[in-house]
Write a protein that binds this ligand. Structure first.
Ligand code: OOG
Ligand code: NI
Length: 319
């Protein structure tokens, strides 16, 4: 479409340009996610059909093994290279996890000039977590260290892996998967899904009424027959009351382990987030409210429950 609409293309900077390399990488990651996760792609279509407006992503999420360069930094590099800023760390001692989130470059972050949907809309935040491998049992550590070692320089190419939807290490045996699953659902998920998108999150406050209210969106999704993650209640609310989140339970896909054993494994889910206006901006008229006036960041209490969306006992559908 270059040249056909000079006014719009000339107003886009490199990051805002839908054809930019960075956008293309994210778009491929999104495509892998949509192809693998029927629930997520159906829900996105349903929300699109009721809301002619664009869907904005609040954030993208990835999981990693925190060992020898395979952790958060293996995936954050792409985002830092393209203008993202590292923000807060979150800790989950019981799950043996830590996470970092990153905010998008301001120029293209939350302006209203982006008219595309999803990855072609305002750039989302990024939430990347890692398993604290050192804290796992010797048996599980051995499996994780084996596969990260077999991946060689794979951690330097996490974005390629995510965009192609393939692992940087060989497929594990069913026994190895089960050993990890017994100890950490997160570890088992990461072993078979690698760097593929764990979820995308729809920014509900940027939808049109009535779905701009997360409770309405939750009911809409449930009325269509989809199951939401009810761990700690369907709606997760931060202590300040300003960050509201919910998510589906993950789909599963057929997987053939290295020993030939076939069993569906959990893949990804979709999340919804509503960020309320900060107290100091409460008097702004609705048409003046922008993303920067709303509650930013993440919340340990919410995230702790959202991690459960891929738990094997909660899967929405089997392949
Ligand atoms: C991430 C769970 C946390 C959030 O928005 O707080 C989360 C995961 O399941 O890997 O997505
Ligand atoms: Ni999330």
């Amino acid at each position: 479409s270059h040249g056909s609409s000079p006014s719009s293309s000339s107003s886009l900077d490199a990051d805002g340009d839908d054809t930019s390399f960075f956008r293309s990488v994210l778009s491929s990651m999104e495509q892998v996610y949509l192809n693998r996760n029927q629930t997520a792609s159906t829900i996105l279509k349903l929300v699109m059909s009721t809301d002619a407006n664009q869907i904005c992503y609040d954030h993208l999420a990835f999981r990693t093994f925190g060992v020898n360069g395979h952790g958060i930094e293996s995936m954050s590099k792409l985002f830092l290279d393209y203008g993202y800023t590292e923000r807060e760390e979150l800790r989950f001692p019981k799950k043996k996890l830590k996470a970092l989130w990153f905010s998008p470059p301001q120029a293209s972050g939350f302006n209203n000039g982006c008219t595309g949907s999803g990855i072609h809309g305002p750039l989302p935040r990024v939430f990347i977590s890692e398993l604290l491998v050192d804290q796992m049992s010797p048996e599980s550590q051995e499996i994780i260290r084996k596969y990260t070692r077999l991946s060689g320089a794979g951690h330097k190419h996490s974005a390629v892996s995510s965009a192609l939807g393939c692992l940087t290490w060989p497929k594990p045996s069913h026994l190895e998967f089960q050993q990890l699953a017994r100890e950490s659902e997160y570890a088992a998920w990461t072993l078979v899904n690698g760097y593929t998108l764990n979820h995308v999150t729809i920014s509900t406050h940027r939808l049109k009424p009535p779905l701009n209210n997360i409770n309405n969106l939750n009911h809409f999704i449930q009325d269509k027959g989809f199951k939401l993650n009810s761990e700690g209640g369907v709606l997760k609310v931060s202590p300040d009351g300003l960050l509201l989140q919910s998510s589906t339970v993950a789909d599963s896909i057929p997987f053939e382990f290295s020993d030939g054993f076939k069993e569906p494994v959990p893949c990804s889910y979709i999340e919804f987030a509503q960020r309320l206006v900060l107290p100091q901006y409460r008097d702004l008229s609705e048409d003046k409210v922008e993303e920067i006036h709303r509650r930013d960041g993440f919340e340990v209490g919410n995230a702790d429950k959202i991690f459960e969306s891929t738990s094997i006992d909660k899967l929405s559908r089997t392949a």
